[in-house]
Every structure is written in structure tokens, then in C-alpha cells.
Write a protein that binds this ligand. Structure first.
Ligand SMILES: [Zn+2]
Ligand SMILES: [Zn+2]
Length: 169
């Protein structure tokens, strides 16, 4: 089944705000603001679907055909170091990147690997368990919801339709 995965676009004022933050952070840390870095960051700021490095590379290549995947990886690592993007997902899986660094959580689809933002303000007010505090200084807590996303559920249902009820998969 063809699951079309176009980058979802964030709204323009939000993108411009993130880019302004990016420029300030570069200046503050003495990081050179190159065209490549700007294009890569803009691509992430404009997408709300947590792309992985390969997908960022595919989009950026349309604007900078000579860019290498390695440059994209190194730039993403730099942006993460600067706190401008967050890497999400388990390290063994393909890491995805998020230009929204405000506290939020993610629903990760175990079928297609997509990541969807989940906001949970009540969660931020919970008291940390003692065990986490004795383990070290907690800097942030993110919840990872795991399951099958709505579109994968729909695809599964659609595939199941012609079958008779009760028939095994
Ligand atoms: Zn899915
Ligand atoms: Zn997110």
C-alpha cells in the first residue's frame, strides 16, 4: 500500500520564529551561519512530522543538489548540541528530529515508525519518583507512547474489509 509521506508544513510565523532563534543561537555560540545550515534548519522547522536524517537530506537536496548525507548528519548533530532540535526515538531505531524543543511527548507508531506530538500538561505537574532522583539529576522527562497510529489502523481495517468476519489474518 502506498503511504504517502509528504512533509507536513508548520505555519509561517512559527517557522520564522524558530529561524530567528537559530540565528541568535549561532551568534551567541560563535557558530558560523552557513547557507547549508540555514537550509537544513529551515527544513526541520517547517516540518511537523519529525523526519529522520534521510528524509531531511532528500528535501534539502532539492535546494542544494551538491550536499552530502554526511553533511546533513553532522549538521543535525550540531543543531542537537546547540539545543535547537531534539533527537527522538530509541537509538537503535532510525532517529528522528524535532525542531520543537518545548516539552512535549511522542506517540511512536510501531508499524510505520511515524512520530506524533502529544501534549500532556498534567504530566509535567507529577512528582518525580524517588528512584529517579537517586539515579541522578533529572533534567527532562519525556513520555514515549507506543502503538499503531491512526493511519496504519485505517490501512489495516481497509485491508481486512473483504474478509469474512471471524476469518483469521
Ligand atoms: Zn503508523
Ligand atoms: Zn515533537
Amino acid at each position: 500500500m502506498n503511504t504517502e509521506r509528504r512533509l507536513e508544513r508548520a505555519d509561517d510565523s512559527m517557522i520564522e520564529r524558530k529561524i530567528a532563534q537559530f540565528k541568535n543561537a549561532c551568534q551567541a555560540r560563535g557558530v558560523k551561519l552557513t547557507h547549508q545550515r540555514l537550509v537544513i534548519f529551515r527544513e526541520l522547522a517547517a516540518s511537523s512530522d519529525h523526519p529522520n536524517a534521510e528524509r531531511v537530506y532528500e528535501s534539502v537536496r532539492k535546494q542544494i543538489p551538491t550536499i552530502s548525507l554526511d553533511t546533513v548528519y553532522r549538521t543535525l548533530a550540531l543543531l542537537a548540541d546547540m539545543g535547537l532540535i531534539v533527537a527522538i526515538g530509541a537509538p537503535r531505531e532510525r532517529v528522528r528530529f524535532d525542531a520543537t524543543v518545548d516539552i512535549h511527548h511522542h506517540f511512536i507508531c510501531s508499524s510505520c515508525g511515524s512520530a506524533t506530538d502529544v501534549h500532556w500538561p498534567e504530566f509535567q505537574r507529577l512528582t518525580l519518583p524517588a528512584e529517579s532522583q537517586s539515579a541522578g539529576k533529572v533534567e527532562s522527562v519525556r513520555v514515549e507512547f507506543r502503538g499503531v497510529c491512526a493511519s496504519c489502523m485505517q490501512n489495516k481495517q481497509r485491508q481486512a474489509e473483504p474478509k469474512q468476519p471471524g476469518e483469521a489474518d
